[in-house]
Design a protein around this ligand. Structure first.
Ligand code: F0G
Length: 353
């Protein structure tokens, strides 16, 4: 059967009525891939949900389709968000699809190139400020209170409604909830949405509940240290956030699920970023790899037991951030003359044919 997107598929679980537009870019239904090599090496049953397979290349499409559909239903003709890049790409795409205007406010110089390319191509009004995400969010929250423009950051409750559908998919793909759900945490909307989704699906289908393991970057680990980071810094620009808006919801998810919030260094993130691509063939953006880096850390310190069934969320596609990939990869393209023998000789040296 043809997949027709989240609103149609999960309408019974979503705030959908007869006036809600059936907006879609065929988001959702993303793969759940077993990591065979890492499962064997680490002694667990490890899967990743590749949210980079969504239409704009990140999990944000799940929440954005719902938020934009509801904005349209309520008669709004413009949306606004602050973003480290992925939210702005999704907002711009769904606004274009719905025939609405979109304004995105981003931290100057701190969003990955692919994400910026998306916002401009989808026709958003792009405002770059000499400030960070937290400052941009404070600004757009204020503006949306006085101007006729709908805020579509994850403080908009429809965002979490859409994002919770990923938990439904995991339960269906795996035949129930995993033991542990690991995911990167920035503004803390996604961890809150997943927990809501697991609880709702369990209530209806008896699919069980995972322990929620959130992972922050060391330089932006507000929830781990229970303090605001005024100047968050990390190579994982998507989660370069110092004052998460859904902090209280994340804490509830962590305590209700008997979960854990942890932090990983940029080095650990980049190491997992390279390992995932080169050993499993999956290219996810740096922030996404914080989830797997967290799993690895917790395996070593005994916080994840042997044989546990673990799902790590890969929140965004690696193509979003080509610069980090090129900068941190040990592989450098070899420049040779336009000459078959030179190329053949080089290949022989590399693959021993
Ligand atoms: N991973 C990626 C790739 C993200 O883009 C984000 C957030 C997160 C993880 C964290 O999710 O904020 O719900 O805890 N990106 C936002 C943005 C902030 O503007 O695109 P969260």
């Amino acid at each position: 059967m043809r997949w027709e997107g989240l609103i149609k598929t999960y309408k019974d679980f979503l705030p959908v009525n007869e006036n809600t537009p059936m907006l879609t870019l065929n988001e959702g239904n993303t793969p759940l891939i077993r990591l065979d090599k890492l499962s064997r090496d680490w002694g667990i049953d490890l899967y990743v949900k590749t949210e980079g397979a969504n239409p704009t290349g990140s999990f944000k499409d799940r929440g954005m389709v719902m938020a934009v559909a509801k904005a349209k239903e309520e008669g709004s003709d413009a949306i606004i968000c602050a973003s480290t890049g992925n939210t702005s790409a999704a907002a711009a795409a769904y606004a274009a699809r719905a025939g609405m205007r979109c304004v995105v406010v981003i931290p100057e110089g701190k969003i990955a190139m692919g994400k910026l390319a998306q916002a401009v191509m989808y026709g958003a009004e792009v405002v770059s400020i000499e400030g960070n995400f937290d400052q941009a969010l404070a600004m757009v929250r204020k503006i949306s209170e006085t101007e006729p423009i709908t805020l579509v950051n994850s403080v908009n409750p429809y965002r979490l409604e859409g994002q919770k559908t990923a938990a439904f998919e995991i339960c269906d793909q795996l035949g129930g909830a995993p033991d542990i759900l690991a995911l990167p945490v920035g503004n803390a909307g996604n961890i809150s949405a997943y927990w809501k989704g697991f609880k709702e699906y369990h209530g209806v289908r008896g699919t069980g509940l995972p322990k929620m393991h959130g992972v922050q970057a060391e330089g932006a680990a507000a929830i781990v240290h229970n303090r605001v980071f005024e100047n968050p810094e990390t190579v994982a620009t998507a989660i370069r956030i110092g004052n998460p808006a859904s902090w209280h919801l994340a804490n509830a998810a962590l305590s209700e699920s008997n979960g854990k919030i942890d932090e990983v260094s940029d080095e650990e993130i980049l190491c997992m970023y390279r390992k995932l691509a080169s050993s499993e063939g999956i290219f996810a953006e740096p922030a996404s790899c914080a989830s797997l880096a967290g799993v690895y850390k917790q395996l070593r310190n005994g916080e994840i037991p042997h044989k546990a069934k673990v799902v790590a969320i890969l929140t965004g596609n690696g193509l979003k951030d080509p610069n980090t990939a090129i900068d941190c990869s040990p592989v450098k393209p070899v420049l040779l003359p336009n000459d078959e023998k030179a190329v053949a000789d080089h290949i022989k040296g590399v693959v021993h044919i």
